[in-house]
Write a protein that binds this ligand. Structure first.
Ligand SMILES: Cc1cc2nc3c(=O)[nH]c(=O)nc-3n(C[C@H](O)[C@H](O)[C@H](O)COP(=O)(O)OP(=O)(O)OC[C@H]3O[C@@H](n4cnc5c(N)ncnc54)[C@H](O)[C@@H]3O)c2cc1C
Length: 460
C-alpha cells in the first residue's frame, strides 16, 4: 500500500541540511526596504510568533521603538516535547536562552502583561507599570485550562499514572516516566484523551497514542495492554483524509475509539476518570462554542473509567487577560475564548492598529509553529501598510503543518490550509502527505528544529 522511499539515508541527510534552514528562507526577508517611523510598537509575548515579529520588525523599521513583553528567560521548543514524552529526545535539546533571539534595538520587558486597554492603547504589566502603544502585536499563545477538569492539576503529571505532553517540558519528562511505569507493570489500561476546544498542535494527542503503541509493541506484551482513545466529537483531526486515516489505523492497532466523551473529572488516588457524554446533538467541531459553564453542566450522562495510565489534554483558550479585554471575539465561533482577527489579514476585526499572530488567534485551524512561519510575513507586510495608510497587501492561506508521528520511526508530513475543505498543501515534491515514512520522521527528528529557530530569527 505504501509507496517505496525515493531517497536513501545519505541523500536525505544531505538534502536535509538545506531543508532545515536555507530553502525555507524567502529572499523578501533579506531584501525588503525599511520604513522610517516614530511609532511605538508593542509585541505581547516572545514565543515563536512574538520573537519572529520582533526580529522582522527590527529589520524593517528605522527610528521607532519596539518593545517586546516576554517574562521568560528560556525559550522552549514545544514541538520537541512529544519526542521527550516518547523517550526519544533528551529534554535539554528543547531549550535555548531567549537572549539569543531578542534582536539588538528591541526593548525587552521581562514581565507579564496583566491587562489591555485597547480604546486607550495602553498595556498594564504585572508589576504595575504601563506601556502605551501606537501599534500592538498580540502573540501570547495559549492558556492551558487544566482547572476545568475537576481534580486535575498540572502538578499531578507524572504521579498516579497521569501524563500530559502539554503541561511543560517537565511535564513531558514526567509523562515519559509515567508511560514507562505503566509499561514496567506489564499490563493494564491506558486512556488517551482529546480536548473539546481547539488545541495547539492538534496532532499531539494522537502522536502520544501512536508512540506509546510503539513502546507497547516493543515490550513484547502488546496483548496485555488495553488502549482507549476518548474523543469529544466525531472527528479526531480537522483534515478529512488524515481524520479517516487515523481512525482506521487506531482500529487496526486495537485502540478502542469512543466518541462524544470529554474528560470532566479525575480522581488520581483511585486512578479513575469521569467522562461526560456530549453527543450527538451537541456534536463537536473545532468551531464549536464551548464556554466554561458548559464544562460544569449538571445532569449530563457521565461514565467512570478505571485506568493505569491516562494522557490528559486540557481545554485551551486565550489567556484570561486577553479574554477580559475588548480584543476578544465578541460573537461567532471564537466568542469569549480567542483573539478577534481577520483570519486572512491577521488584523484585528475592530481595532485596526492591532494584529494577532500564533496560537492566540480565533481561526478554524492554525495552532502550530508552522502556521507562525506562514503568518509572520503577512503580519509584517500588513502592519507596515497600516503604518503608511496603505491597503493591506498580504493574505494568509491558513497554512498549517503537522508531522503526524504514526509510530516511533515513522511519520507523515501533513500540510494543509483553509481552502477546499482543508486540502493538502504539500511543500516538498518528494513527500506524499498520505504516505507515512522514515523520511518524514527524520525531518521531525532532525530538520524542523533548525527551521523553527530560523523562523524565530525572522529569517524564514
Ligand atoms: C506538545 C506540543 C507539540 C507540538 N508540535 C508541533 C509540531 O510538530 N509542529 C508545529 O508546527 N507546532 C507544534 N506545536 C505548536 C507550537 O509550539 C505552537 O503553535 C507555537 O509555539 C505557537 O507560537 P506562539 O508564539 O503563538 O505561542 P508560544 O510559542 O507558546 O509563545 C507564547 C509566549 O507568550 C508569553 N506569554 C504568555 N502570557 C504572557 C503575558 N501575560 N504577558 C507576556 N507574555 C506572555 C509566553 O511566555 C510565551 O513565550 C506543538 C506544541 C506542543 C505543546
Amino acid at each position: 500500500m505504501h509507496k517505496p522511499l525515493l531517497l536513501n539515508r545519505r541523500e536525505l541527510l544531505k538534502l536535509g541540511t538545506g531543508l532545515g534552514v536555507s530553502s525555507l528562507i524567502p529572499l523578501s526577508a533579506v531584501s525588503a526596504n525599511t520604513l522610517q517611523t516614530q511609532a511605538h510598537i508593542v509585541i505581547l509575548g516572545g514565543g515563536a510568533a512574538g520573537m519572529a515579529m520582533a526580529n522582522r520588525l527590527a529589520t524593517r523599521l528605522e527610528g521607532g521603538t519596539i518593545t517586546l513583553v516576554e517574562p521568560r528567560e528560556t525559550h522552549h521548543y514545544q514541538p520537541g516535547w512529544t519526542l521527550v514524552a516518547s523517550g526519544v529526545w533528551q529534554p535539554d535539546k528543547t531549550m535555548r536562552p531567549n537572549a539569543q533571539f531578542v534582536p539588538r534595538g528591541v526593548k525587552w520587558v521581562r514581565e507579564y502583561a496583566a491587562s489591555i486597554d485597547a480604546d486607550n492603547k495602553r498595556i498594564s504589566l504585572a508589576n504595575g507599570a504601563t506601556l502605551n502603544y501606537d501599534y500592538l502585536v498580540v502573540a501570547t499563545g495559549i492558556q492551558l485550562n487544566y482547572h476545568l477538569i475537576e481534580g486535575m492539576s498540572p502538578t499531578l503529571v507524572g504521579q498516579h499514572g497521569i501524563g500530559s505532553v502539554y503541561a511543560s517540558l517537565d511535564g513531558a519528562i514526567r509523562t515519559n516516566q509515567a508511560i514507562q511505569t505503566w509499561l514496567d507493570h506489564g499490563q493494564g489500561k491506558g486512556i488517551f484523551t482529546a480536548a473539546p476546544t481547539p488545541v495547539k498542535c492538534a496532532g499531539a494527542p494522537m502522536k502520544m497514542t501512536f508512540t506509546t503503541l510503539s513502546r507497547l509493541e516493543a515490550s513484547g506484551r502488546r496483548d496485555a495492554f488495553d488502549v482507549e482513545y476518548m474523543a469529544p466529537g466525531t472527528s479526531l483531526f480537522s483534515q478529512p483524509w488524515v481524520n479517516e486515516f487515523v481512525k482506521q489505523r487506531f482500529d487496526e492497532q486495537g485502540v478502542t475509539r469512543r466518541h462524544h466523551y470529554r474528560l470532566s473529572a479525575i480522581d488520581p488516588q483511585a486512578k479513575q476518570a469521569e467522562f461526560t457524554f456530549i453527543g450527538p446533538e451537541s456534536e463537536f467541531t473545532s468551531h464549536h462554542q464551548l464556554r466554561e459553564a458548559e464544562f460544569r453542566r449538571e445532569n449530563q450522562p457521565t461514565v467512570i473509567a478505571d485506568y493505569d495510565f491516562i494522557h490528559v489534554v486540557p481545554p485551551m483558550s486565550a489567556h484570561d487577560f486577553i479574554k477580559q479585554s475588548a480584543l476578544i471575539a465578541q460573537d461567532g465561533p471564537f466568542r469569549g475564548e480567542w483573539l478577534d482577527v481577520d483570519i486572512y489579514t491577521m488584523q484585528h476585526n475592530r481595532y485596526p492598529d492591532v494584529f494577532g499572530i500564533g496560537d492566540v488567534i480565533g481561526a478554524p485551524i492554525n495552532k502550530t509553529a508552522a502556521s507562525v512561519k506562514a503568518q509572520a510575513p503577512v503580519v509584517e507586510a500588513n502592519l507596515l501598510a497600516v503604518m503608511q495608510g496603505n491597503p493591506l497587501p498580504a493574505r494568509h492561506t491558513g497554512y498549517t503543518s503537522c508531522p503526524m508521528i504514526t509510530g516511533i520511526g515513522k511519520a507523515m508530513l501533513v500540510e494543509f490550509g483553509y481552502e477546499d475543505n482543508f486540502a493538502f498543501m504539500p511543500s516538498f515534491s518528494f513527500i506524499d502527505p498520505t504516505d507515512e515514512s522514515w523520511v518524514t520522521w527524520v525531518m521531525k527528528d532532525r530538520m524542523l528544529q533548525p527551521a523553527y529557530y530560523a523562523v524565530l530569527a525572522g529569517q524564514a
